[in-house]
Write a protein that binds this ligand. Sequence first.
Ligand code: CUA
Length: 316
Amino acid sequence: MNLFEIFDFMPAQGSELAVKTDWINNWISVVSAICTILIVGVMLYFAVKYKRKEDDAPTPAITHNTTMEIIWTVIPSLVCVFVFVYGFNIYKEMRTPPANAMEVQVLGWRWAWQFTYPNGKKSNELTVPVGKPVRLIMTSKDVIHSFFLPSMRVKEDVYKGNYSFLWFTPNKLGKERVFCAEYCGTLHSKMMTSVNVVTEGEFQDFLIDRTEGEKSDLPPAEAGALVFKNNACNSCHNITDQKLIGPGLKGLLSGKMERAFESGETMIADENYVRESIIYSKKKIVKGYPPVMPSYEGQISEEELSQLIAYLKTLN
Ligand code: CUA
């Protein structure tokens, strides 16, 4: 029997990441258990063995043992460094979605989750194809929720006014639970749904089947093109890289576009930057442009914002 199986109380492993996460989790559990048994065992044994035999027995003068002190400093330090390096590498992987990941928009509110797929299909359960990386772009309509996929070993808070993300590659067919992991009010515990991992063929059928959600829902990128047009964004922004009144938008969300601001700051443009620039348009002024863009706060819905972002991603 694998020693690590003693601690195997985790839910089914639904992704490659789950295997790695469990491995280090079990490793830490085993090392901690061994250390606890050794330390407590030796402590009890010494307490009995060196108990003062007579009331007037003198206390022995013990100084120190350099060799032992070096050993019990160096070995635990190496163990900690190993745990840190292994854990950091997993964390880095968890926070770096592959460029080819399928994007699904997640909207949370009291008390439900809604998923929007690239073709505009919406559902209240997450359905994903096996073996393909999926990136979730998540936001909330109201309070803080937390999207927790125990089988994939990923969890991320979901806020109003901000996009957070997580990604995973499911490697096991079947249905697993999804929880809200942030206490969000009286029905928090009911804020559950499922992740259905299906074959590629089943996933395509699921996308085409429009009995759930509105049949008229356009793909987010196409709906975003309409939002762009209806708000006359094109009167100030080219969709090429040519400047108009404002900067051109081509490649803005390619993940490689660096923006320099009047304040001297720079950043790689991402979804949250685009969102902030639309809602709080005076916060970051791109270097060399006048601060003339009006704020769209209250004039554009959460859904329209994510559609615009999906549209901007097509301008590469
Ligand atoms: Cu949403 Cu707890």
